[in-house]
Write a protein that binds this ligand. Structure first.
Ligand SMILES: [Cu+2]
Length: 131
C-alpha cells in the first residue's frame, strides 16, 4: 500500500511537470462536468487560433460559453476574421489583421455554432462550437 501511494505521488508530479508544455488545449477533460458550474479552470476561459499559411489552426474549435477566442496572424500578409460565411456576413465581427503578429479577440457568451472566414481568401474558413 505504501508503495502504491508513493507511485501515485510520482505520477501526480509528472502530470504537473508536463502540463505547461501541452499548449492551450486542455488535455484532461473532466467527464460529467455540468454546465453552470462556477468559474472553471483558467485554461478554459481563453483559446487561441493561429492564422498560418492561409489556414485557421485549428479550423474547428470547441469552447465553453464565455470563452475569449484570440486569432493571431502569423502570415506576413493581410487576413481578415469575418463572422458568417462569404455569401452571408452576419456582422458579429469583422477584423482585418494586417500582417504578422496582429491579433483579434472575441468572447463567445452564447452557446451555438459560429462560422467565420477570411474575406481575402475564400478557402479560409473556420468554425467555433460554443457549448
Ligand atoms: Cu486570408
Amino acid at each position: 500500500m505504501k508503495r502504491f501511494w508513493r507511485d501515485m505521488g510520482v505520477l501526480a508530479a509528472l502530470a504537473l511537470v508536463s502540463a505547461p508544455v501541452m499548449g492551450h488545449e486542455p488535455h484532461i477533460s473532466v467527464a460529467g462536468a455540468s454546465a453552470g458550474e462556477t468559474e472553471g479552470t483558467a485554461s478554459q476561459s481563453s483559446s487561441t487560433i493561429t492564422i498560418q499559411t492561409f489556414q485557421f489552426k485549428p479550423a474547428k474549435l470547441e469552447v465553453k460559453a464565455g470563452t475569449q477566442v484570440t486569432w493571431i496572424n502569423q502570415d506576413d500578409i493581410r487576413h481578415t476574421v469575418t463572422s458568417g460565411a462569404l455569401e452571408k456576413k452576419d456582422g458579429r465581427f469583422d477584423a482585418p489583421l494586417v500582417g504578422k503578429g496582429k491579433s483579434f479577440s472575441f468572447t463567445f457568451s452564447q452557446p451555438g455554432t459560429y462560422s467565420y472566414f477570411c474575406e481575402r481568401h475564400e478557402h479560409m474558413r473556420g468554425e467555433i462550437q460554443v457549448r
